[in-house]
Design a binder for this molecule. Sequence first.
Ligand SMILES: [Zn+2]
Length: 281
Amino acid sequence: MDNKVFFELVHSYRENKLAHAFLLETNNPEKCYNMIRQFLKLINCPKEYKENCHDCNLCHLIDTFSLPSLITIYPDGINIKKEQILDLKKAFQTKPVFSKYNMYIIMGAENLNASSANTMLKFLEEPEDNILGFFITNNKENVIDTIKSRCQILLDYYETNSSSLINDDYYDIAINYIVELESVKIEALLYNKDVLLPIIKDKNTLILIFKNMLFIYQNVYFSKLNYEKLNDKNDKVAFLLKKDSNYLLKKIELILKLLDELNYNLNLSLVIDRFVLESGD
Ligand SMILES: [Zn+2]
């Protein structure tokens, strides 16, 4: 992983100087989120960690968003609600079973209001050794002071030129596939067989298509959160803005899971059919 903040975190960890809460300002919340998950794998992995460890159960649980001691909180509507923080506290009353730490990641930390931030304070003021927290924001100036002043602040910026990933051909395929998937589910299986599979030359083609889909869904998700219009390029999927944010998150998680599965599963047809079936409800 070629990320400065990632290595800063690893360094503090190795020096035994890891803070218990971090505020990360970033221009790409999803990349930042994934970087943190890689870091959490590294410090919890019971084996000798190597980049993208897929051998151990713990890393696998983190990859598939199923580790109970790692909780991600997204804004529920405009705010992060007090109840969400109370649930987090409750979940962390017990020591973690599989991992070294109880860990939380707060996305859109600028959406913590006074009441949810106050509920958060106990974690920040009486840090227990085994609790580790990350607040992710697009602008630290909008994060409430009670949180900001108690976190180590890190800037996690990514180059915005993503030309290697966003190839127009794959982008168009991805957007058409989303339109198909979101309209008629039954037809989507036929679409897999008749349209998608013939285009897919190899696993990498499929990975590129799904990375573009991920990019599109994330774009819609963050536009929705920020009440922004979609850029013209995504016009075809503007109808997704009407879906609720949990629906969009579920899609994002499903695509991340699929991308992860592609690391071991070589039956591409099976992978995309299961994707269609799992995304239907
Ligand atoms: Zn591992």
